[in-house]
Design a protein around this ligand. Structure first.
Ligand SMILES: [Zn+2]
Length: 453
């Protein structure tokens, strides 16, 4: 990940900073982590976690208050008829399995208003033609023992959004909800817990999250959990792992997710974990935001054998847009650029200390011309889609943008409103209308129906 647009760490304490943000939204998240207060570092305490939680609570409370004032206001209008998708394709279900915009909502931002912040909000989802959105519930590992509460606060922010804009968005617990919401011109949203940290070691938390509407869980984020080893740790820090793959607890979690109807998302777990999951799952699995390893050798991407196994499970691979997952040359080019501009970027970091999103916006403005020369073109997303289609067929691929979770987007795709451009690129590359409908959403709805009912 390359630094997120949304993550605030304005609280005090001992901060650690990276001079050069690492890669992907996960990078963005990595940047967020770098700015966070780390366990074991002086300044980390439950009191500070309490302050964070209190801030999130106050933000949600304020939003609830505003809800009572504005639920009948202009934000209440229907979603229908404002998409810029090519009408001739008859796209109804346009699904994106991964977006991190709730990290802005939990800070009190009103997603019903079109802004230039981040990559998405309700008006921009509408303009981009998205009708079925996976909302990531990502918890920074720095939340430690408060991870469950943090995840709950993020889910609260989604509930507030739905209550505030009931004519624009609703929670999809099952496939029939998706169809009725989309049929009514609304955005169907499902909740996707990213990283097992919020589960702690307590299986009953899967029930709690399920009851609140969570329908997808990645067993890890970049950090290994008591459940499973992560892709980052398996690839980059294998020596620190006591065990690779799923633990007994992880196996029990997979079984429970199968029983409840929660999608197993393999986008961050390591390869060993992946194959352990494949061995025991009885339901299709998905990669909610990954790419093809053969086209970009990131540990976050999937090798051919993994793609075949996902297809065999009747699941899908949803292609992420972060340039660092699309093109192996992006990260080295980005790091070289950041090195060339080190002093300017250091100054910016100082100015926006504790406000990663503001920093990234300013950085991208400052370096725009140069950044545009290294940003991966959006056609590269279609290269990854095409690769999966050739390997396992058009039934096994989808879209998992990672909008609002990446600091740099592909060239030509600045935010979610660019989705129609991606569809036009698919048309240009010769995909049939039927295959485009599958890739852009019908495939994911099929998997959602099989797993969640
Ligand atoms: Zn991620």
């Amino acid at each position: 990940m390359d630094g997120s647009t949304i993550f605030f760490h304005a609280n005090g304490g001992s901060h650690q900073q990276l001079l050069i943000p690492t890669v992907d939204i996960d990078g963005l998240r990595f940047t967020g982590l770098a700015f966070g207060v780390l366990p074991g570092v002086p300044g980390y305490s439950h009191l500070q976690e309490g302050v964070r939680m209190l801030r999130a609570f106050l933000a949600v409370s304020l939003a609830l208050f505003l809800l009572t004032l504005t639920s009948c206001g202009p934000g209440g209008k229907s979603l229908r008829g404002e998409s810029r998708m090519p009408a001739e394709l008859g796209l109804t279900i346009v699904a994106d399995t991964h977006n991190d915009v709730l990290l802005r909502a939990v800070e009190g931002e009103d997603l019903g208003t079109r802004t230039k912040r981040g990559h998405s909000d309700l008006p921009r989802f509408r303009e981009g033609g998205i009708t079925f959105q996976g909302f990531s519930v990502w918890v920074n590992p720095t939340y430690g023992p408060m991870a469950f509460e943090r995840a709950s606060a993020i889910i609260d922010s989604f509930d507030v959004l739905v209550r505030r804009y009931p004519r624009q968005i609703g929670l999809a617990r099952r496939a029939s909800d998706v169809e009725s919401l989309v049929g009514a011109g609304k955005l169907a949203g499902f909740l996707a817990l990213e990283g097992g940290i919020a589960l702690g070691t307590d299986l009953s938390r899967i029930d709690s999250f399920y009851n609140r509407g969570v329908r997808s869980i990645t067993l890890t984020w970049n950090d290994t959990t008591p459940w499973a080893s992560s892709a980052e740790d398996e690839a980059e820090h294998p020596k620190k792992l006591a065990q690779k793959g799923l633990t007994e607890l992880g196996r029990a979690a997979v079984q429970k997710m199968n029983e409840l109807g929660v999608l197993i998302d393999v986008s961050h777990p390591g390869e060993r974990t992946f194959w352990d999951i494949v061995e025991i799952t009885k339901k299709p699995i998905i990669a909610s935001h990954s790419g093809v390893y053969e086209l970009c050798n990131s540990y976050r991407n999937l090798k051919d054998g993994q793609i075949r196994a996902i297809a065999k499970s009747r699941g899908i691979v949803c292609i992420a847009f972060y340039p660092g997952y699309l093109d192996s040359t992006f990260t080295p080019k980005f790091e070289a650029m950041a090195k060339r501009h080190k002093s300017e970027l250091d100054s910016l970091r100082e100015v926006f200390k504790g406000h990663d999103d503001e920093y990234i916006v300013s950085r991208n403005k400052l370096l725009k011309d140069e950044l545009d020369t290294i940003r991966t073109p959006l056609s590269r997303i279609v290269d990854h889609i095409e690769y999966v289609v050739k390997l396992v067929g058009a039934d096994c691929v989808g879209i998992g943008s990672d909008f609002d979770g990446m600091g740099t987007t592909p060239l030509g795709l600045d935010d979610v409103t660019g989705m129609p451009k991606l569809v036009r690129e698919l048309m240009k590359r010769g995909f049939t209308p039927g295959d485009i409908r599958k890739i852009m959403g019908e495939n994911f709805l099929r998997v959602f129906r099989e797993v969640s009912g």
